[in-house]
Design a binder for this molecule. Structure first.
Ligand SMILES: Nc1ncnc2c1ncn2[C@@H]1O[C@H](COP(=O)(O)OP(=O)(O)O)[C@@H](O)[C@H]1O
Ligand SMILES: [Mg+2]
Length: 215
């Protein structure tokens, strides 16, 4: 069955586009995948062209509401790269998503602002009888800092699952868009570590989706 996977957080710079493009590439190895760029900044479109992944730019909320179910019929997966700040657009995406991943930086302010998207997820679940499935994960974490431990503790209390997989702050990830690549295609040691982390993240998110469906 086809799925819509949204990458959402109204805070900018948390890793939505980075995660969307890597997830789309990962899924595209075995599936037909479309990325919907719902961010007016369209930062992922050139990167996706290099990767030969199809992308549609839709950032009008009404258009998203109407188009997402149609696109879902045409692809195995529709990955929606969510916008910063526009709650209305995020709200619509959450009414259509099967699974939502929320990237979150382990920094005080960022974690506070993730409460906003968690609230929208809760509201969507109220309306939709528990959908979308949702999980948070920590992105751009710095190894060995107290921050990471504190962030885990803070997010563990939230009503949305915190995934065990963590994406660390790695230069290879920052460099990927300008090279038109994803970390699985890059050869540095840091890229290989990042590739392992992304694979773990997506496998865990996928398991989470399957577990929830079994409930
Ligand atoms: N894990 C990471 N390690 C290093 N740089 C990262 C990581 N995640 C994101 N970035 C960088 O941080 C910036 C913001 O990420 P982006 O995916 O564009 O966020 P968003 O789409 O949420 O605004 C980009 O320059 C991106 O390359
Ligand atoms: Mg973005």
């Amino acid at each position: 069955m086809s799925k819509i996977i949204a990458i959402a957080n109204q805070k900018g710079g948390t890793g939505k586009t980075t995660t969307s493009v890597h997830l789309a590439y990962w899924l595209s190895q075995q599936n037909r995948v479309l990325v919907v760029d719902a961010d007016a900044q369209q930062s992922g479109t050139t990167w996706l062209e290099y990767l030969h992944l199809p992308c549609e730019i839709i950032n009008d909320p009404d258009e998203l509401f109407d188009r997402l179910p149609q696109l879902k019929e045409q692809y195995d997966f529709v990955v929606v790269d969510g916008p910063a700040s526009l709650s209305e657009t995020t709200r619509v995406i959450l009414t259509r998503a099967d699974l939502t991943l929320v990237p979150c930086k382990p920094a005080g302010l960022d974690m506070h602002s993730s409460n906003r998207v968690i609230r929208l997820i809760r509201q969507a679940r109220d309306l939709r009888g528990g959908l979308p499935h949702a999980a948070l994960f920590l992105n751009q974490a710095k190894r060995g800092t107290v921050l990471l431990r504190e962030a885990r503790a803070a997010l563990a209390d939230s009503e949305i699952t915190l995934l065990d997989a963590v994406i660390y702050d790695r230069q290879a990830i920052t460099d990927a868009p300008s090279q038109g690549q994803v970390v699985w295609q890059m050869s540095s040691a840091a890229a290989k570590q990042a590739a392992t982390e992304f694979t773990q993240l997506f496998e865990e998110a996928w398991e989470k989706l399957s577990d929830d469906r079994a409930e």
